[in-house]
Ligand binder design. Sequence first.
Ligand code: MF3
Ligand code: CO
Ligand code: CO
Length: 277
Amino acid sequence: MIPIKDREAISRMRESCAIAATVLHRLRALVQPGISTFDLDQAGRDLISSYGARSADYGYEIGSRRFPAYTCLSVNEEVVHGIGSLKRILHDGDIISLDVTVEANGYIGDNAITVPVGAIDPQVARLLQTTEEALQLGIRQAQVGHRIGDISHAIQTFVETRGFGVVRDLVGHGVGRTMHEEPQIPNFGRRGKGEEIKPGMTLAIEPMVNLGTYRVKTLADGWTVVTADGLPSAHFEHTVLTAEKGPEILTIARLVSPSTSATSSTTSLSQTTTKSV
Ligand code: MF3
Ligand code: CO
Ligand code: CO
């Protein structure tokens, strides 16, 4: 059963998603050559707590493993679920995927972007643009009366037309009281297939796109998913409400005043500079 959110749940989802988006926006501002992914993760932890939320990643269980970091930070060939490390220093020409998932008032918001570090190869820039656009095309299909396969199909055809590989082993998902709810939202599939979209669903749509083949593998740490061919990968994600009047992106950064001044970040938040993906 796909959970349908009532007014109260939707209002809580708005709050958790706004926090997730605001944290992501502020984390992005810290990306620069020389910073380690450990330091970015610590900044993510502090930002999340400054908004009175908690990381939904930290301690997240798959089997007997618990995720050891507060955000997912995946560099270059890392697709998703990268763990911040003091040894991973960002260099000019890298890309990094930032995936922020928070819980506030019992509901979860989930969003991700991939950003360049300094100047990047034009082919890689095209990979980022394509993935971001694929997300937009997928969101556009999240209409009441459509089916999940319409989202999958729109993403896959666009990405493959551009000559990139769409990851198949990982999928988007419903999101709400828990991070991963029904339905699964693959980034490949057939139009008209899958569950019907009804009003009040909250869906995390998240294409993961590889420069080379779609094949991925998981590193020995049990979490980090990397491309099989070692080429770069991009990831963009939004949490979307399927409203009667059309899809509404919930993970939009807005001015949310921190409940404490726990963060030392001096980044200023401006609504207008937020890139809506
Ligand atoms: N944020 C991820 C998603 O988009 C899931 C993170 S799982 C964790 O679904 F274990 F890495 F935290
Ligand atoms: Co995510
Ligand atoms: Co997700």
